[in-house]
Design a protein around this ligand. Structure first.
Ligand code: NAD
Length: 333
């Protein structure tokens, strides 16, 4: 995709990754030109199908400034981060350096170039294990792992910058991203994969029927953790709506939860994968994993009301169907 002179650019850090690449597709569909800035540590060149790719690290402020000066984006969407919670427990320094160092560098580059609109990929991990469900934006910030701490710290830096410089920003707190582009053009391809649904689907596709469940003694109806899955294309739509809100509202700051509000247990996910793929398989119950919380369940009414967000994939089955289509068509042919 070449840039038309009148098309407005949007800088997408981490746009070669899972959620960022789906958002680039949505940006192009909405008439914007995505400029992906990614160090390809966990992303893929093949996932950059819309707009331009600039390979670089977000911690390299000088390079970020030169890319911003070249493309003059109207906004920045910041996806680039280290994402695996268990790894953050084992290697917190790496996470602080990349996730807090990354936003620090980006804020400096935005300030230097006068770019004023930021949509930040935050996470429900900022809430830790809240006592009240569903989780709304007014729940206390109480992360239980370094990854969640990073996101909370990044949000605080963004809020402080909003107050001091007038930066306009929205922090989107996603629950569990899942599924794949319904047209089959993109999907989840982490290496190694740490997310439940693609792990199970890969196993079915590779005929390696040995799934693992971490903990079956949680205080939940079937003893396994409950998670609120949200389709990646619905997340992409929310980014467009958030960016438009920033473009239309002058100096603005807010946070929004993004989830479906109906959590599913790990065992329910396994049963749904069996049904969608039409394959049976066994699983091993292992000890709980460090950093996991028992239940996550979003109250996304603020995003629905204030951003007019309307998630289209609100059943687990519809989410898994898109991921299964991607797994079959794109990973194993
Ligand atoms: P991903 O790993 O697929 O994408 C992240 C991208 O950032 C990758 O392409 C990687 O190469 C790039 N990157 C990492 N560090 C970088 C750096 N220093 N400089 C430049 N590029 C760098 O992850 P994802 O699942 O698409 O997640 C995107 C964002 O959403 C992350 O910030 C993540 O924390 C957040 N998030 C994800 C989920 C989820 O369920 N996947 C949930 C909540 C929040």
């Amino acid at each position: 995709m070449n840039k038309n002179k009148s098309t407005q650019s949007v800088l997408v850090t981490g746009g070669a990754g899972y959620i960022g690449s789906h958002t680039c597709k949505a940006l192009a569909k909405n008439g914007f030109f995505p400029v992906v800035y990614d160090n390809l540590s966990n992303g893929h060149e093949w996932a950059v199908k819309w707009g331009a790719l600039q390979v670089g690290d977000v911690r390299d402020t000088k390079k970020l400034v030169s890319i911003i000066e070249k493309y003059k984006p109207i906004a920045v969407m910041h996806f680039a981060a280290s994402i695996e919670i268990a790894e953050s427990v084992n290697n917190p320094e790496l996470f602080y350096e990349n996730n807090v160092g990354g936003i620090d560098s980006l804020l400096k580059a935005m300030f230097e170039t006068g770019i004023n609109n930021l949509v930040f990929s935050s996470s429900c991990a900022v809430y830790g294990a809240p006592k009240e469900l569903p989780i709304s934006e007014i729940c206390p910030i109480a992360p239980t792992n370094p990854y969640g701490e990073n996101k909370a710290e990044a949000e605080q830096m963004i809020r402080d910058t909003h107050k001091s410089t007038g930066l306009s920003a929205i922090c989107l707190r996603y629950f569990n991203a899942a599924g794949a582009d319904p047209d089959g053009e993109l999907g989840e391809a982490h290496e190694p994969e740490s997310h439940l649904i693609p792990i199970l689907l890969d196993k079915v596709a590779l005929k390696d029927f040995d799934a693992k469940v971490y903990g079956s003694d949680y205080n939940t109806p079937d003893g396994t953790c409950l998670r609120d899955f949200v389709h990646v294309s619905d997340l992409a739509d929310a980014h467009i709506l958030a960016m438009k809100k920033l473009l239309n509202n002058g100096q603005y700051y807010s946070e929004y939860n993004l989830g479906n509000g109906r959590p599913y247990s790990v065992k329910e996910v396994i049963e749904c994968v069996k049904s969608v793929t039409n394959h049976d398989f066994n699983y091993q119950i292992l000890d709980r994993r460090s950093g996991d919380v028992p239940v996550l369940m979003a109250d996304s009414s603020k995003a629905i009301k204030e951003l007019s967000w309307q998630p289209k994939f609100n059943s687990l089955k519809s989410i898994i169907e898109t991921a299964w289509k991607w797994t079959l068509n794109n990973e194993f042919n």
